[in-house]
Design a protein around this ligand. Structure first.
Ligand SMILES: [Zn+2]
Length: 328
């Protein structure tokens, strides 16, 4: 970690600031301790501050993102993560440039990478050991900070971020709504938050929900081997009419790239928690947090909102103004 990261952190137990203890004066701290004023202590190992003792319910993601640490990271041949990021957050490079951004559930860092390339200072947090992959991939960049932390005990100062995004993560916690509730307070006044969640659908997930009754309990390596079934299944999906039925009954990753199919399939069947939500439900959460300028994006269920600036609260006229869709 960079010593400057300390300025963004707050003790998850008592909220006080940290002192960074480490040997030397390097720009990157590989090992050391963070000690708060109340003497709560957290270790820094492998260049990553650790605010949790275990991965809890996210072990599958630690496994997944260390096996597939580079699969979805953009490179000279693919900008798919950048396109996904735009679609699921509604954020553009000019929004994020020079801003402070939080990636909630950064995994191996595919979306933190995008925000960092756009010129933001990015904090990526994840409960799982995926942070080790993220640290390897992007952690050495001067504008990236990675931490292993629990969303329900975040080690971050309030009103710190200009932008927060969480793409496909909150629905994998024990309670999506409770996880979302932890985030708006971290926004500065006028800051924006975007989340993407799995869509609630009456029919779409019927069979996978059935299989998921036991797949999260399989040994990870067994389930990972089974996920290779997605490679040939993809071709059966292309059979006219019959393919649609096969896809419905045996749903698996259908990305054109075979490695992504395996990853997507494991990612779908391995999580302990996988909640699904409707637009109406999530819009209600944004409303209850008094977020304004709420934008519903095209990819279900992706929603963006803005924390009301202090002046806005005093001005009833601004509450009645139509939603702005331009960047701040
Ligand atoms: Zn403390």
């Amino acid at each position: 970690m960079k010593p400057a990261f300390v300025d963004l952190l707050a003790c998850p137990k008592c909220g006080s600031s940290f002192e960074l203890m480490y040997d030397g004066h390097s720009a990157e701290v590989d090992s050391g301790q963070l000690v708060c004023r109340d003497h709560h202590q957290f270790e820094i190992t492998g260049g990553v501050p650790r605010f949790v003792d275990s991965e809890l319910y996210a072990q599958n993601f630690g496994f997944e993102w260390n096996v597939h640490s580079l699969t979805q990271l953009d490179n000279a041949r693919s900008d798919e993560s950048e396109r996904t990021f735009r679609a699921k957050t509604g954020f553009a490079p000019e929004d994020l440039h020079g801003k402070r951004v939080l990636d909630v559930g950064c995994g191996m860092g595919r979306f933190s990478d995008v925000a960092a390339r756009w010129g933001a200072t990015v904090v990526g947090i994840d409960l799982s050991t995926a942070v080790d992959a993220a640290q390897r991939n992007i952690g050495s960049r001067p504008n990236v900070h990675i931490a292993q932390a629990n969303i329900f005990e975040l080690p971050l100062r309030a009103e710190t971020f200009d932008f927060i995004f969480s793409i496909g993560v909150l629905h994998h916690t024990p309670n999506t709504r409770a996880a979302f509730d932890k985030l708006p307070r971290l926004l500065r006044n006028g800051g924006r938050i975007a989340i993407w969640l799995y869509e609630k659908h009456p029919l779409k997930w019927r069979f996978s929900d059935l299989y998921r009754r036991f797949t999260p309990r399989l040994p990870k390596r067994v389930l990972y081997r089974l996920s290779y079934g997605a490679i040939p299944l993809y071709f059966t999906y292309k059979i006219p009419i019959v393919g649609l039925a096969i896809h419905w009954v045996l749903p698996a990753g259908d990305h054109p790239k075979s490695t992504w199919r395996v990853l997507d399939t494991f990612d779908w069947y391995s999580p302990q928690y996988q909640w699904k939500h409707s637009y109406g439900e999530v819009l209600g959460w944004f409303e209850e947090h008094d977020l304004t300028d709420v934008r519903v994006l095209d990819v279900p269920v992706a929603i963006q909102g803005t924390r009301r600036a202090v002046g806005d609260q005093m001005n009833p006229a601004s509450q009645a103004s139509p939603p702005r869709t331009t960047s701040q």
